[in-house]
Each structure stands twice: as C-alpha cells, then as structure tokens.
Write a protein that binds this ligand. Structure first.
Ligand code: NDP
Length: 283
C-alpha cells in the first residue's frame, strides 16, 4: 500500500491526509476496532468527549504502541470539546479531562465540536483552546461545524486562526464555498461522514464509473475524491478489511472530469440530518 501523505497545518505541525473516524465505536468492540485501524496503518484517530470513547481510543493506542514499537509521535490523536463545556474555565478543565481519559501527556489536536451559536459561548471556548495550546497540553487547535461567520468571529476575538475545521462533507454535500473560505484563511478542511454514511452514493454513475475505470471500490473512489478536492476524510469502519480498503487511496488518481462529475452530485439540501450549524446545537 502507498504511504499516507501528510498536510502541514498553519501552525507548522503536520497531519496525515486521511484519518480514522471512531464514532460510535466504544467498549471492547471499540477498542478492537481502533486497534485494528492502527494495525492497518491509520495514523490519525478522530475521537470526541461526546463519543464516550476517549478511554478505549487511548487504551487501543497505548497497547498498539507497546506491541508495535511505533513511536507516539507517529500518531495524531484528535478529540473534541463538548458543547456543555464552552465556558472558559469549564473548557480548560475539559481539555485536561480529555487528555487524562485518553491516558496521554498531550493531545495532538483539540477541536470545538459544534459552535452552538444560540448559547453563543464559542468565542470563550476558543480562547480556552488557545490557552491550552500555550500551556502545551494541546499541540494544534481547531473547530468543527463552524460557518464562515463563526470563523470570522473567533479570529477577530482572539487573533488566532484555527488550524482545522471539520465539517460535513460528502458527494451529496460538497461544501464548495466553505472549502474556498478555508483556503483563503489557511485552514485545513476535514470531512465527517466522508462516505455519506447511510446514504452513501456508491451506485451513482459518476462514482460507479470512476471505480470501474480505476479498478477500485466505490468507497475508495469517494475517499480519493475527498483527497483530490483537498480535504482530509475520516471514514469509520468496524470491519478490518474495509478499514484497509479505505486507507488504500493513494495509489491511483481520478481525472479532473471524474472529480467534477462526483462533485456535481451535490445538493442544496444534501446534509445527512438537519445539522445546520446555525441552528443545530449539541451539548
Ligand atoms: P462514514 O461516511 O465514515 O460512513 C460510515 C459507514 O460506512 C459505516 O456504516 C461503515 O460500516 C460503512 N463503510 C465504511 N467503509 C466502507 C466501505 N469500504 N464499503 C462499504 N461501507 C463502508 O460516516 P460516519 O458518520 O461514521 O463519519 C465518520 C467519522 O466522522 C465519525 O466516526 C466521526 O469520527 C466523524 N464525525 C464527526 C462529526 C462532527 O460533528 N464533527 C459528526 C459525524 C461524524 P462498517 O462500520 O460496518 O464497516
């Protein structure tokens, strides 16, 4: 399998160009799935306080490091601050709690999970993440589900631009304008539900045709499309063979026409659930 390339973030650190999504993996099965993802070669793990799995993600990672001899620095561990912890002090404490649950000395990436603009405390939460980074508890800081307006507000308030914005992004919701905004601001885009989850567009002609042309699966085609549009996909699978398949997307290249055809599947209402960050809140 071709080695996973990396992206350099706006803070100078690097991050793998594909990662492993860990929701809703938890308990013994979750530990086994995360361990198998690491065995399969994933070097970026996406967790969150609200996934209630930081414990087993950390356990799987520590076991893997001991068994494999791979260095801790080779793995990027990412978690997310829950909405109920947006107050400044609460966010600082929650950062320490996440690192402790993971059983690590530091987090590589911490994101604000949702902006929750009705609560309107995301600026405070962002200032706390800046402080956690300054204290060395977190290496890189970013956000998730932020709109252009939320991004502008935290940048204006703190003077610090997030390194990452993790957003819903799949062929039915290709987020062209958010990707352009990220490019303008120097923010890396990460894609959640990168395959489109329940409504994965595996049978759509642009996906099926490109898959046949390159002798790969529809899932690999969609993940390769993600890579070529400049986003970092975070596919989840509890199935070891699918984990390996999803990681193996760096040995072929879609044509510009194939990328454009897959991008054209996007719909105005293509969100998987009604997760509009201006109205949807998660605590
Ligand atoms: P995905 O697009 O990753 O789809 C996961 C589904 O696709 C599972 O049912 C999985 O089944 C199936 N699947 C995976 N690989 C293949 C394959 N090669 N062929 C066929 N089916 C496949 O969606 P998720 O919603 O799980 O999102 C991924 C990650 O994004 C989450 O785990 C989480 O880390 C993150 N996320 C972040 C959010 C946020 O607000 N920031 C919101 C939602 C998700 P199986 O497991 O049985 O193989």
């Amino acid at each position: 399998m071709t080695e996973t390339p990396t992206h350099t973030l706006n803070d100078g650190h690097s991050i793998p160009a594909i990662g492993f999504g860990t929701y809703p993996l938890k308990g013994h099965e979750g530990r086994d799935a995360v361990h198998s993802a690491l065995d399969n070669g994933y070097r970026l793990l996406d967790s969150a306080t609200n996934y209630e799995n930081e414990g087993v993600v950390g356990r799987a990672l520590r076991d893997f490091l001991t068994e494999s001899g791979v260095s801790r620095d080779a793995i990027t561990v990412q978690s997310k601050l829950a909405g109920r912890h947006h107050g400044y002090e609460s966010a600082l404490q929650a950062g320490y709690e996440s690192v402790t649950r993971l059983g690590l000395d530091r987090l590589d990436v911490l994101l604000i999970h949702w902006p929750n603009p009705i609560e309107d405390k995301y600026r405070e939460a962002w200032r706390a993440l800046v402080e956690l980074q300054q204290r060395g508890l977190v290496r890189s800081i970013g956000v998730s589900n932020f709109t252009a307006e939320h991004l502008a507000n935290i940048i204006e308030d703190s003077g610090v631009t997030p390194a990452i914005n993790q957003i819903e992004l799949h062929p039915y919701f290709n987020q062209a304008s958010m990707r352009a905004e990220h490019q303008r601001l120097g923010i890396l885009t990460e894609s959640w539900s990168p395959l489109g989850k329940r409504s994965a567009p595996f049978d759509e002609p642009p996906v099926a045709d490109a898959a046949a042309a390159h002798g790969v699966t529809p899932a690999q085609t969609i993940l390769r499309w993600q890579v070529q549009i400049g986003s970092t996909p975070l596919p989840k699978s509890s199935t070891p063979s699918r984990q390996a398949e999803n990681l193996d997307v760096f040995g072929f290249e879609l044509t510009d026409a194939e990328v454009a055809a897959i991008s054209s599947l996007t719909k105005a209402d293509g969100r998987l659930f009604n997760g509009d960050p201006d109205t949807h809140q998660e605590m």
